[in-house]
Each structure stands twice: as C-alpha cells, then as structure tokens.
Design a protein around this ligand. Structure first.
Ligand SMILES: NC(=O)C1=CN([C@@H]2O[C@H](COP(=O)(O)OP(=O)(O)OC[C@H]3O[C@@H](n4cnc5c(N)ncnc54)[C@H](O)[C@@H]3O)[C@@H](O)[C@H]2O)C=CC1
Ligand SMILES: O=P(O)(O)OC[C@H]1O[C@](O)(CO)[C@@H](O)[C@@H]1O
Length: 398
C-alpha cells in the first residue's frame, strides 16, 4: 500500500507518517519547502524520539519526498497512491483542494477503478469536508460521480503533541513527540484503508473532534495566551502557575459540561480525559514553547475554532463560560511581535478598539453578553499584565 502525505512537518513526520509506516505503507511526503523535501530525499529515513519519563527512538525507514511544484512526479504519485493524508495547516486546505483537482482528474483517466481515501489531519472541525468542498467546487457531473464512487473523504481527529525541539538529533529530519496519541477516523466514509495501525474508526466523529479541539487545543491555547501575558516561555512552566491552572481547570469544567449536555458523553470519562490532559501539559521533556501553541491567533479565535465554538455552545445551553471568555480575552492580549497574525489583531485593537477587534476576528455580535464578558476579562488581564511587569522590574532592580 502506498501513502502520500502532504505536509512533512511535525505532525506529518512525528505522527501520521509514523503510523502509516508502522502499518506497512510506503510513505511519500509532499511539501512546499524545497529544503525539507531535499533533506528527506537525502536521508531517506528519520527517527521519532519519544519524550516522556522513558525515552525511545524508532526509525521510520524508506521515506521519500516530492516538492509541491514537481508537477509530473506529483501527478504520478497521486495516480498510483492508495491513501492521501494531509497536515499542512487548516488555512491551506482550500488551495490544496484546487491543486488536487487536476491531479485527481488525471487519476480518473489513468487509474479509474482504484479506490482511494483522502484524510485531512488538521486542528479544525471537519477539515476533510473543507478540502472535499474545494475539490467539488466546479466539478462536472462525471468527475463528481467518479469521486463519490471511488474516493472516500473521511474526517478525522488527530491528537499527539509534537513540539519544535532543539535537542541534539542524528539528522535534521528527526522529530520528537509525546508518548500519547489518538487518531479517530469516520468509519462510514472509508473506502479503501480500514486497517491503519493505531486508528480508531468511529461511527460518529463529532463528539471526539469537539472533545479534542475544546479540551486539548482550547485549554492549550488558554495556557499559551495567559502564560505569555505572565511572562512564561513553556507550557510545562505555565501550567504550574496558580492562576493559569485555576483558569484551565475552570475552562475544562465549562467545556466538558457543554460536551456532556450536547453529546451525552459520560461525565466522569470527560473529567478523567481532562485530568490526563493536565498531566500531558506538565510534560517538561517536551519543552513546548507558548509561541508554537498560541501561533496564528486569528485562526484560533475565529468563529468555528477551539475557543469561540465552546463559548457559543455554553451560551446556547445557558451554561457559564467565564473561563472560556478569559481564554479568548487572553488571545486578544497576545501581542507577541514574532507572530504576524498576533500583530494583525493588535492593529485591529489600535484601529477600532477591543470590541471592534473581537467582532472582526470572532464574528460575535458586539452587543452580545459573550462579547461584554470577553471585554471585562480583557481589561482584568491587562491589569494583571501590568502587575506582572511591575514585579519583573522590581526584581530586576534588586
Ligand atoms: N504539532 C502538533 O502537535 C499537531 C499539529 N496538528 C495540525 O497539523 C497541521 C500541521 O502542524 P505541524 O505539523 O505542527 O506544523 P509544521 O509547520 O511543523 O508542518 C507543516 C508542514 O506543512 C508544509 N506545508 C505548508 N503548506 C503546504 C502546502 N500547501 N502543501 C504542502 N506542504 C505544505 C510546511 O512546509 C511544513 O513542513 C496543523 O493544522 C496543526 O494544527 C494536529 C495535531 C497535532
Ligand atoms: O497546530 P495549531 O492549530 O496551530 O495549534 C497548536 C495546537 O496543536 C497541537 O500542536 C496539537 O494538537 C497542540 O499541541 C496545540 O494545542
């Protein structure tokens, strides 16, 4: 079996490529970065280093890479493959759908009967649907029928923390990961790949997707944004701060109550999941920087993402959401100069004020109670930031 994975970054090499190789697939990466594609073709293998109380190194052999613009080679690979997976960043799904359109048309001509699955592995709700829609836009009836008959488009939830690490590596493409992983795939939409090692094939994905996006990614973003504001560098440091931990635990309680009510998920099981997440956040071997976890706040604070989705759900269910609003407010205070998207938000705040920025980025109604709560939290956080800065200056003066 052949697999083609778009995006040979942290999750591509450290999780998806890793599991596909373990399942017996021959893995070919596709990446927009020429240097990365060259390195993969030079070394042809890499190590996955597990960072936990016990550390392990596993070699992933026989990998190769194709640069995104190597048109002929890419078409050949798409025509021949059994599986396409992607972890390129949710913002790139639509353009990748446009790129895949002619390549899948070539497959329809040259290999029409062979079934295929395409699975997007991004931190977003129903990412494969976004990709599929961009492929279907403009498709004629014949191509549409071909895709429906032959190509599966299952959505998935992917969970493994793969940080940027600076530890000594044998080769530049080695990657470090946590020991936990979970990959849930929509069973009913799979056409050709029902036995990927480590995958849980589930009938109803939405509860798994929302549980992961709200409880892991939402809480992680809260740690990143409040942690940055309080002057921390790493997730494992910030989670030991009393205020941050209290806020994250309150965030978990609010979001898990909403998940329990919406999906009838077992509450003790959700609480155990949240407890386990705290232990994963405490993993100091990962040295996971807040900048990585908080990157691109425009996306993370958007209407359908990890923070505003649970906020809206709590609001709809008439449940409390103060900690979620606090996490969102912290996102608006994330003025890290190294992140252009964070700077875009700061420009919005400068141009039109905080309420305007919240409406523009989250799509929430400015006069709603949710926005009033976020603004209140934002003011409190700016005050907290000033006290932290005063304390830092006082310490420096001693
Ligand atoms: N790192 C993690 O722990 C996890 C990340 N994810 C998701 O996986 C996706 C990738 O994240 P990371 O691997 O951390 O990022 P990364 O930045 O390490 O890797 C992304 C890779 O995609 C490549 N790329 C970007 N645009 C491309 C395009 N149009 N075509 C082909 N390649 C392209 C980049 O050159 C890079 O090598 C994101 O959506 C992220 O939310 C999901 C679960 C865990
Ligand atoms: O990859 P994104 O969506 O920018 O967000 C970073 C988040 O994704 C992860 O890298 C993996 O879920 C988390 O470690 C972190 O919460």
């Amino acid at each position: 079996m052949k697999a083609l994975h778009f995006g040979a970054g942290n999750i591509g090499r450290g999780f998806i490529g890793y599991l596909l190789s373990k399942s017996g697939y021959t893995v070919t990466f596709v990446d927009i970065s020429q240097p990365l594609a060259d390195q993969i073709n030079q070394f042809k293998q890499y190590q996955v280093i597990t960072l936990s109380t016990s550390s392990a190194k596993e070699t992933i052999p026989n990998v190769r890479a194709i640069h995104l613009r190597a048109a002929e080679e890419l078409e050949d690979a798409v025509v021949q493959t059994d599986l396409i997976t992607l972890s390129i960043g949710a913002n790139n799904l639509k353009s990748t759908g446009k790129l895949l359109y002619p390549l899948l048309k070539a497959r329809q001509q040259k290999n029409p009967e062979a079934p295929l699955d395409i699975i997007a592995c991004e931190n977003a709700l129903f990412a494969t649907d976004i990709l599929k829609q961009s492929i279907l836009d403009g498709a004629d009836a014949d191509f549409h029928a071909y895709l429906e008959k032959t190509v599966g488009f299952p959505n998935s939830a992917v969970d493994r923390i793969v940080p940027n690490v600076t530890l000594a590596k044998d080769s530049p493409i080695d990657v470090a990961v946590e020991d936990f992983f979970e990959w849930d795939v929509e069973a009913g939409k799979v056409k050709h790949n029902p036995d990927i090692h480590g995958v849980s094939y589930v009938e109803h994905l939405e509860p798994y997707l929302e549980r992961k996006l709200f409880l892991l990614n939402g809480a992680h973003a809260a740690i990143a944004y409040i942690g940055f504001l309080k002057g921390y560098r790493y997730v494992h440091e910030a989670i030991h701060d009393e205020f941050i931990r209290k806020t994250v635990c309150a965030y978990h309680q609010e979001a898990l109550e909403a998940l329990h009510q919406k999906h009838h998920m077992d509450k003790p099981a959700l609480e155990a999941y949240a407890q386990k997440l705290l232990r994963r956040f405490e993993n100091h071997y990962l040295q996971d920087e807040l900048y990585r976890v908080g990157r691109d706040p425009v996306r993370k604070l958007s209407n359908n993402d990890r923070l505003v989705s649970p906020l809206k759900l709590c609001n709809d269910l008439h449940l409390p959401y103060d900690a979620i609003a606090c996490a969102i407010a912290a996102g608006f205070a994330f003025d890290y100069e190294g992140d252009p998207k964070a700077m875009d938000i700061q420009m919005d705040i400068l141009d039109g004020g905080i309420k305007y920025a919240i409406r523009r980025i989250t799509g929430l109604n400015e006069s709603s109670e949710m926005v009033r709560n976020i603004v209140e939290n934002y003011k409190k956080l700016l005050h907290l930031k000033r006290s932290c800065l005063v304390a830092v200056h006082a310490l420096a003066a001693v």
